[in-house]
Design a protein around this ligand. Structure first.
Ligand code: ATP
Length: 360
């Protein structure tokens, strides 16, 4: 019997619609595997938390997260937040505070979903907490600054620790997938001789621990072109933060858009399900957001924790969800949201996935 404590933080805009659907799908799958027991812990976050409790990120919430195995975080619409020091963007803080160094972003084509390359099946592991991202790569202050009104500086941070951790996540995934058994490290060490040089050194060091997995390297601009032309040659890709940010959206474009782009942030102690897409305010409240990316992110969380706890029941529940999603995506257009060419709704697509799980 394995027990899990999983937090549920809806986020903003479409998060209020897609996170409850993702939780419902997980609960449906787990009901068939009662040896895996989940305690669900709902927590306020984002704009609603600011309105109801005065802060978008409450200290009590941060304390509670330390007691969990992992959590589901809905998209955050911080761009529309009022300019108030109590209403801050919580997700970079969460990634940093809980040491969620690796952001795992799969790009997988599903039969039935219109996309650029139907053979695509790769994972991008993006270092999450340093690089060019100024809101998380400094102890104090930010690394995006203006010494004079006519000059701006953006500093990039690369450490051996975080590069090695992201690389280790990539090698573990390549081994677990058992596919091409290849990790592609993406860099620009022709220009960033020290920063990308240190990143590549770290990847090569970690590769020594995985003699069964091939390490290849590719310069970022070449990689961006090759991934478009022939994504099938890639298996697991590891790269620094900003390159990974851009390349994972490009990869999402290959397989049908942001609604198909899940993500899982992981570190030594915690994991956080967080889809690649934003809070999509343009379609919020209309029951048309594609819940797949959020469901798949939550499924990845369950699978990750189940592997960590070596819990067969949790792994089986995660597999049931994957199989059910595959069948729904291949099935009737009435069950799919409009971005997938369907006539269905957010809730309807969730119901169809739950129905497939119970029919399995
Ligand atoms: P952020 O910078 O916070 O990641 P963004 O600028 O990338 O956000 P999104 O909120 O992700 O923007 O939305 C980009 C476009 O993709 C919008 O037109 C939005 O409606 C669409 N979109 C995003 N997520 C989904 C989804 N789950 N289902 C359908 N459409 C989506």
């Amino acid at each position: 019997m394995a027990t899990y404590r999983i937090g549920v933080l809806n986020g903003d805009d479409i998060g209020l619609e897609i996170v409850p659907v993702a939780v419902r799908v997980l609960k449906t799958a787990l009901a068939r595997h009662p040896e895996a027991e989940v305690e669900w812990v709902p927590l306020p976050i984002g704009y609603l938390s600011f309105i109801e409790h005065g802060k978008s990120l409450l200290p009590e919430v941060l304390d509670t997260l330390y007691t969990l195995d992992g959590w589901i975080l809905g998209p955050i619409g911080h761009m529309a937040y009022p300019k108030d020091p109590q209403c801050i963007n919580p997700h970079p803080i969460l990634r940093k505070k809980y040491d969620l160094v690796s952001n795992i972003r799969p790009a997988k084509a599903y039969p039935g979903v219109k996309c650029i390359n139907p053979q695509t099946d790769l994972i991008i592991v993006r270092e999450n907490n340093e690089g060019f991202q100024p809101d998380r790569n400094m102890y104090m202050g930010t690394s995006d600054c203006m010494p004079t009104p006519d000059m701006a500086l953006s500093l990039r941070v690369v450490t051996r620790r975080n590069s090695s951790m992201a690389a280790r996540t990539a090698f573990e995934l390549a081994r677990q997938r058992g596919g091409k058994k290849k990790v592609t490290a993406v860099h620009k060490n022709t220009v960033f001789k020290l920063g990308c040089g240190l990143f590549m050194d770290s990847c090569r060091e970690v590769a020594k621990e995985y003699p069964d997995i091939e390490l290849e390297s590719c310069i970022v601009d070449t990689f961006a072109m090759r991934m478009l032309m022939n994504p099938v040659q890639y298996d697991v890709v590891v790269t620094t933060n900003m390159f990974g940010d851009i390349l994972s959206d490009e990869a999402a474009g290959l397989v049908g858009g942001l609604g198909m782009a899940p993500g899982l942030c992981v570190g030594p102690d915690y994991a956080m399900a967080q889809a690649t897409h934003g809070s999509a305010p343009d379609i919020a409240g209309k029951n048309i957001a594609n819940p797949f990316a959020m469901i798949e992110s939550a499924r990845m969380l369950l699978d990750w924790l189940a592997h960590k706890k070596q819990d067969e029941a949790g792994m089986a529940a995660a597999k049931d969800i994957a199989d059910a999603c595959m069948r729904v995506l291949m099935g009737d257009k009435e069950s799919l949201t409009p971005d997938l060419g369907g006539t269905g709704s957010t809730v309807g697509m969730g119901e169809a996935i739950c129905a497939q799980i119970t029919e399995e």
